[in-house]
Design a binder for this molecule. Structure first.
Ligand SMILES: NC(=O)c1ccc[n+]([C@@H]2O[C@H](COP(=O)([O-])OP(=O)(O)OC[C@H]3O[C@@H](n4cnc5c(N)ncnc54)[C@H](OP(=O)(O)O)[C@@H]3O)[C@@H](O)[C@H]2O)c1
Length: 234
């Protein structure tokens, strides 16, 4: 598999699992996270800063000495707070990271994808953006916005052999969920989830692997929930 993949959020959780699965499949990967890691195919930066997005794009192209065939926008953060407790810095930060960064990175990679008449973009959204989540109004709306973007861009490039899809996880067992839930809260989530479990990061990674394959060329503009049944009721 000679395709070049740019993956954000690769240093932890779901992104780390995607990186593992795709590298085993032979994809060439350029990774981004915020923490510092000593890897030659890795760039550490804060994606809420637009300058860094441009640098990341340039570094990935230099590393591949060619085009980015596949973009996976996985970096993201969660804020759980009532709306009246949100401040403007948090609002700007989450919109920049969860929505603007995937939008801008997509606008950069799409140029070569169109020239090559082949491309894949996957956005990692959230079930929270599909069904709404009290006390996560901003997070939920950034992921809903991403879902609108996914559909609109998929239409725009439908004739260029480029697919854009979004995976919406429910609660996944990662550092993100572990940092914002105590043991009682985790049990409450398991109790209300139809399959009585958290989703594993590898389940998301394996769906990415399928969506970027040629077998999935007819799937575009879709929002696919992997949520152990959370979106269908309890
Ligand atoms: N876990 C869940 O239950 C869940 C559910 C639904 C959707 N999601 C979505 O899945 C994605 C991955 O989440 P996760 O659970 O794997 O979380 P995670 O383990 O906390 O990983 C988040 C990744 O995003 C990177 N990141 C965070 N802020 C960044 C910034 N400002 N600039 C650049 N990179 C940044 C992190 O880098 P560092 O760690 O190096 O800082 C890390 O690689 C997110 O978009 C999240 O919204 C997660």
């Amino acid at each position: 598999m000679n395709k070049n993949v740019l993956l954000t959020g690769a240093s932890s959780g779901i992104g780390a699992s995607i990186s593992e699965v795709l590298s085993l499949e032979g994809y060439n990967l350029f990774l981004c996270g915020r923490r510092k890691l000593e890897k030659k195919n890795y760039f550490s930066c804060d994606l809420s800063n637009i300058e860094n997005i441009n640098i990341l794009f340039k570094k990935a192209k230099e590393y591949f000495n060619g085009n980015i065939d596949i973009l996976i926008n996985c970096a993201g953060e969660y804020i759980y707070k009532p709306i009246d407790k949100m401040n403007i810095d948090e609002i700007n930060y989450l919109i920049d990271l969860n929505y603007k960064a995937p939008y801008i990175l997509s606008s950069l990679v799409i140029v070569d994808m169109k020239k090559n008449n082949w491309g894949r973009i996957i956005n990692i959204g959230s079930i929270s953006g599909m069904v709404g989540e009290a006390n996560a109004t901003l997070y939920s709306s950034t992921k809903s916005a991403l879902s609108g973007f996914t559909k609109a861009l998929a239409l725009e490039v439908a004739q260029d052999n480029i697919t854009i899809n979004q995976i919406n996880p429910g609660w996944v067992d990662t550092p993100l969920s572990n940092s914002c839930l105590n043991e009682d809260e985790k049990q409450e989530i398991i109790d209300v989830t139809p399959q009585k479990r958290f989703v594993e990061p590898k389940e998301i990674a394996k769906l990415c692997e399928y969506l970027i394959s040629d077998s999935a060329k007819g799937i575009t503009g879709q929002n696919i929930n992997i949520c152990a049944g959370l979106s269908i009721g309890c």
